[in-house]
Design a protein around this ligand. Structure first.
Ligand SMILES: NC(=O)c1ccc[n+]([C@@H]2O[C@H](COP(=O)([O-])OP(=O)(O)OC[C@H]3O[C@@H](n4cnc5c(N)ncnc54)[C@H](OP(=O)(O)O)[C@@H]3O)[C@@H](O)[C@H]2O)c1
Length: 310
């Protein structure tokens, strides 16, 4: 019998890529916010009981990091209460829950890559709500996989790559933060890795039994590390040299030429934002490599692949 998979947040950066890749595994019921609103527990229960999936993949989330400072209660409903309820429902029907979390559960005080059991200590509201989501899922004791990723970007949605490409058509100089270190990760790589892991665990004793043993938190980001300033420079270098005029690129630049000539590195305190961000949030991918036998490519290789997208 084919696996049945329920996907929420199908229009998000990661959700969109998952909606294209998960059908390799089985029958996918992919839902958007109109079909299941994570602020409405009844809709969550109904969606799960109706589909009766073996795997639930929750790619929906409240991801507006600065806005969350003013809307922490709403962010908590979506990022903590909803995944907690999904885990309870998963437990009842013997399904697995796959969920995404963030490098922003850490405070950034380390200077070497964070491992899964480093103590979290979020320094912003978004991070607090995401950590509460991890805890709510663990408390429900369903088989689960929590994938912590970071600095997600791609060719759709709201992200740093698309913002830089737009700004590069508007300003000759860009001032970009240099003192935050992380690993920019392409949404498609995250979706492909999720699919790969699910293929592996579905092939053994089935996803529930496998993830009862192998489940828990995994870090999954691009290899290597960089800062926003260096990432912006790499984007512009590739934008300049690529003959890439793909439709997503044309949409991001509105067909206008790149005019930025200089990127000026600045410090975080010169670019005040509502939410504080960790100064260092590189995640170690060793657990994924040890358990599932692979790690994602380096951030620069991922960026090159994205820029080559038609
Ligand atoms: N973006 C990052 O840099 C980053 C970094 C680390 C971890 N993550 C985690 O990775 C996961 C996916 O992130 P992403 O970047 O793909 O997010 P995204 O592009 O912002 O997509 C989130 C999706 O959630 C949906 N959503 C928001 N509120 C909802 C609600 N009340 N009910 C149902 N759906 C709702 C949105 O619907 P609409 O399309 O209708 O708005 C959107 O499709 C999240 O768990 C996020 O916390 C992201």
């Amino acid at each position: 019998m084919n696996l049945k998979i329920l996907l929420t947040g199908k229009n998000g950066q990661i959700g969109h890529e998952l909606s294209r890749l998960l059908p390799e595994l089985g029958d996918v019921v992919a839902l958007d916010r109109q079909q299941v609103d994570l602020t409405k527990p009844e809709q969550i229960r109904h969606a799960i009981r109706d589909a009766r999936p073996q795997i639930i993949v929750n790619a929906a989330a409240y991801t507006a990091v600065d806005q969350a400072e003013k809307e922490e209660a709403l962010a908590r409903t979506i990022n903590a209460d909803a995944p907690g309820l999904m885990a309870e429902e998963a437990k009842k029907i013997g399904a697995v829950l796959v969920h995404y979390s963030t490098d922003y559960v850490f405070d950034g005080s380390k200077s070497s890559p964070y491992v899964e059991n480093d103590p979290p200590n979020p320094i912003n509201a978004y991070g607090r709500t995401k950590l509460a989501g991890e805890q709510a899922i663990a408390a429900a004791s369903a088989a689960h996989l929590i994938i912590r990723t970071a600095w997600v970007y791609g060719t759709r949605g709201k992200n740093f790559l698309l913002t830089i490409l737009r700004l590069a058509t508007e300003r000759e100089e860009l001032r970009i933060v240099r003192d935050q270190t992380g690993a920019p990760t392409w949404s498609r790589e995250i979706a492909a890795a999720t699919t790969r892991i699910l293929k592996q665990v579905s092939g053994r004793e089935g996803p529930v039994a496998s993830l009862s043993n192998l489940g828990g938190i995994y870090h999954l980001t691009a290899a290597g590390e960089t800062n926003w300033c260096e990432f912006a420079q790499a984007i512009l270098d590739l934008a300049d040299h690529a003959s890439n005029r793909a439709s997503w690129f044309a949409a991001a630049t509105e067909g206008r030429p790149v005019i930025t000539r200089r990127i000026i590195p600045i410090n975080t305190d010169e670019y005040p934002t509502a939410a504080r961000r960790p100064a260092y949030s590189v995640l170690s991918n060793s657990r994924c490599k040890r358990t599932f036998g692979f790690a994602l490519p380096d951030w620069k290789a991922q960026l090159q692949s994205v820029m080559a997208q038609s």
